[in-house]
Design a protein. Structure first.
Length: 385
């Protein structure tokens, strides 16, 4: 019972939910028509909001990128919050016409910048973006069209990872991970609502913003889910995308993953009300299936399956358990080979997928430990790209 229970939850978390989600959307399409196509030009006033701490290495490219966005300039406010920066990025931004800059010497983290900067947002729609994430020219138009529907309170864009033939384990694994995440977000929205947004590119109705606790780690997730808890939906728009480079190395990616895992536990605790299906319906199902299981029990069950399988193989007369056990050995050997290859900078990407999967789940344990020990600061160290 333990083996099959753990195995079922692990399968459901990483593959089964995607299969069920896809099936539910196809079933829904039989009875309900898809969202209407947007044809009329809808050009509300928009604020592009960037919290940037010591981003001089990419700030010039980011400004150029924002000025290349296909949207009427008189309907666009470009706002940078550079609190705590001391690398010259504030002075650079202050010298550019069409860019508003807010700066104070104290650094309060990204959520501190958001809480402070929202008081200076002039327009009804605000679009958040990271300094190192480059937006496609049509991104703003693709995002704001969803706000024609009054039930939409937040719109999540797509995150894309620049890829090339020299990608290591971090780049290859992160790229595949985000492709699968994009699939889930697309079908989450088709079923009911996307479950959270990524900080690289998302937007909200300005009137729906409420200050978030200053120690919040995953500000994008908390902001978007709390809007969904008010009865609004989170739209997902893959035609609006933010592209960024993968982490420079697996060590740099580890910083990011552990931080996200610690934030996942914190978010789960702060969104406990979402576990009430009688109030939140489909959103509860999606929240638990897409997020909570990954951040809590599934990594534990994943590593329990191996010893449980060995016990069953030794005690049972069924060869089936030996087959499963050897499959697990093959999988972890592949992950080990992937670890060896990335450590020695050898590029055989077929082994990076199992390695990145195991690496991701190990990071969950490290993140849980960091959260429980209170060691995760809101002032986090950026992963080098």
């Amino acid at each position: 019972m333990l083996f099959w229970g753990c195995s079922s939850i692990v399968f459901y978390t990483y593959l089964g939910y995607g299969i069920i989600l896809f099936s539910l959307v196809k079933l829904k399409a039989i009875f309900i028509k898809e969202h209407p196509k947007f044809e009329s030009p809808f050009l509300p006033k928009v604020t592009l909001f960037v919290a940037a701490y010591n981003e001089i290495s990419c700030i010039k490219e980011k400004v150029k990128n924002m000025f290349e966005i296909d949207y009427p300039a008189d309907r666009l406010q470009i706002l940078f919050i550079t609190d705590g920066s001391n690398d010259g990025s504030t002075a650079y931004l202050e010298g550019i016409n069409g860019v508003e800059v807010l700066h104070e010497n104290n650094r309060g983290g990204k959520i501190g910048a958001i809480n402070r900067g929202m008081g200076y947002v002039k327009h009804p729609i605000v679009i958040y973006s990271d300094a190192n994430a480059m937006l496609n020219p049509q991104s703003v138009k693709e995002i704001v069209k969803h706000y024609e529907d009054p039930v939409i309170g937040c719109v999540a864009g797509e995150k894309r990872v620049f890829s090339n033939g020299d990608d290591g384990a971090s780049g290859a694994g992160e790229g595949i991970y985000w492709k699968y995440e994009s699939f889930l977000k697309k079908y989450d929205f088709k079923l009911h609502s996307a479950v959270g947004a990524a900080g690289e590119l998302f937007s909200i109705r300005t009137e729906l913003h409420q200050k978030v606790e200053k120690d919040t780690i995953l500000d994008d997730f908390i902001i978007s889910l709390r809007i969904a808890m008010k009865g609004y939906k989170i739209a997902y728009e893959p035609a609006a995308f933010a592209s960024e480079y993968a982490s420079e190395s697996i060590q740099e990616e580890k910083k990011r993953k552990v931080r996200i895992s610690a934030g996942g536990i914190q978010s789960t605790v702060r969104l406990l009300k979402l576990f009430n299906p009688f109030k939140y319906g489909w959103l509860t199902f999606q929240f638990v299936s897409h997020r909570v299981l990954r951040w809590t029990v599934s990594p534990v069950f994943l590593f329990l399956v191996f010893p449980l399988n060995l016990v069953l193989a030794l005690e049972s007369d069924l060869y089936f358990y030996w087959i499963l056990f050897y499959c697990q050995i093959l999988f972890y050997l592949s992950a080990g080979i992937g670890y060896f290859l990335q450590k020695n900078q050898l590029k055989y990407k077929i082994f990076f997928v199992p390695f990145y999967f195991v690496f991701m789940n190990v990071c969950v344990f490290l993140g849980i430990n960091r959260y429980l020990n209170g060691n995760q600061s809101v002032l986090w160290e950026k992963a080098r790209k």
